[in-house]
Design a protein around this ligand. Structure first.
Ligand code: PMP
Ligand code: GLN
Length: 406
């Protein structure tokens, strides 16, 4: 019996290949295309420079110091304490490091273990579209059902009426990602207040994916949903070190929530990965305690690169929504004459030597064409400038194509 949940997961994420086997994620696929073609990779969201040198040195020191065996299943005490202290210092939240904090293998495991732990088959999870690919897979693995609330280009505001209308008596979780991948939105306090009101009225839990919490651009501000009145007890707050500290391969994530919810998630987590990243845990612990100005300079540096990318894409003829935060900028290729972002992304390396990710891959139905394309700004300024220079050639490529006899 080969038919099984992997096929459901593949289908749920739009990843079932033509041969019936699961295809790689859109991110892996686009990175492979960049490697094959030598194109500049503005697709998968990973930085092309290392994070703070003291973070890297701390991991080396931890390896040499013998932090190479299984850590405790909930994470080493120093990291749990640092996560609690980070939440207190930045947001005034006060999770108990012993009972209300759990270290995970990236935010991905935190999300998957939470959804599996808290959902029974048939329960509904509300997600905002476009959404990160692992959400659909985790919901499918749990036997739960996703209900989709669309965010609409170019404002991408959360429509409270649509969210309220998506709630049913089977709703178990509302999953909110802010700062949001791929749109670059940072939800404001009105939007978050609407989520809080709807969650409380329906008596449902909210899972927040805050992996880009420190990558927020002036004048925007990240507000964790758990800080809103009445929400600390019904929010599972998830984050990760990968994006903030430019170490996406380390996969050190975490969550905090009410102790009984953390117990439930820990029970699942211990049979997913059990533990991970022994030497990385103390390194992340010390970086989480960095002074505020270090976090501010990480955000300011990324903001400058995001603006550089936005300017370059605009000059190249795209219609661009400047991002409020995150590694990403969304651009509409329609003004350049492209209506199918997936087709464009497959052609882009050949046309101009750049790789990007089609936004339709984040849609509930990834086969629905869209002219929107996501570009990653977490690259060196010279790389972004060169990509923009190449993308400016799209107008020319387009003219050449349209000049061709049909
Ligand atoms: N959530 C979002 C919105 C993401 O963009 C990513 C990608 N890093 C993740 C979760 C996964 O994070 P991690 O690498 O820590 O598992
Ligand atoms: N979060 C990264 C992105 O959105 C991708 C991570 C992955 O490849 N799964 O680009």
């Amino acid at each position: 019996m080969v038919n099984g949940s992997w096929q459901n997961v593949a289908a749920a994420t739009g990843l079932l290949g033509g041969d019936g086997r699961p295809a790689p994620t859109i991110f892996a696929r686009m990175s492979a295309l960049a490697t094959q073609t030598g194109a500049i990779n503005l697709g998968q969201g990973f930085p092309d420079t290392d994070g703070p040198s003291e973070l890297l040195e701390a991991a080396v020191t931890a390896i040499r110091g013998g932090a190479n065996q299984y850590p405790p299943v909930r994470g080493i005490p120093a990291l749990r304490a640092a996560i609690a202290e980070h939440q207190r210092r930045h947001y005034g939240l006060d999770p108990d490091p012993d009972t209300e904090v759990l270290v995970t293998a990236g935010a991905t495991e935190a999300l998957t273990a939470t959804i599996i732990a808290l959902c029974s088959p048939g329960d509904e999870v509300i997600v905002l579209e476009p959404f990160y690919d692992s959400y659909a897979a985790a919901i499918e693995l749990a036997g739960a059902v996703r209900r989709v609330v669309p965010l609409r280009w170019p404002e991408y505001r959360l429509d409270a009426d649509l969210l309220a209308a998506a709630v049913t008596d089977r709703t178990r979780l509302i999953l909110i990602n802010t700062p949001h991948n791929p749109t670059g939105r940072v939800f404001d306090t009105d939007e978050l207040a609407a989520v809080a009101r709807i969650a409380q009225a329906a008596d449902v839990l909210v899972v927040t994916d805050e992996v880009y919490e420190h990558l927020v651009f002036t004048p925007h501000r990240h507000v964790p949903l758990a800080t809103l009145d009445g929400m600390a007890d019904r929010t599972i707050t998830i984050s990760s070190a990968g994006k903030t500290f430019s170490v996406t391969g380390w996969k050190i994530g975490w969550l905090h929530a009410r102790a009984d919810l953390v117990d439930a998630v820990a029970a699942v987590k211990q049979f997913l990965t059990f533990v991970n990243g022994s030497p990385f845990q103390p390194a992340v612990a010390s970086s989480l305690l960095m002074p505020d100005d270090r976090f501010a300079s990480i955000a300011a540096d990324l903001q400058a690169r995001s603006e550089l990318l936005t300017g370059g894409l605009t000059a190249a003829g795209f219609d661009v929504r400047p991002s409020d935060g995150t590694y990403f900028v969304i651009a509409d290729a329609a003004p350049l004459g492209y209506s199918d972002g997936m087709a464009l992304c497959l052609d882009l390396p050949g046309l101009v030597g750049v790789v990007a990710v089609p936004v339709q891959a984040f849609n509930d139905d990834p086969s629905r064409p869209s002219s929107l394309v996501r570009f990653a700004s977490c690259k060196r300024p010279d790389v972004i400038a060169e990509a923009a220079r190449r993308l400016a050639g799209l107008r020319r490529a387009d003219r050449m194509a349209s000049a061709r006899p049909t």
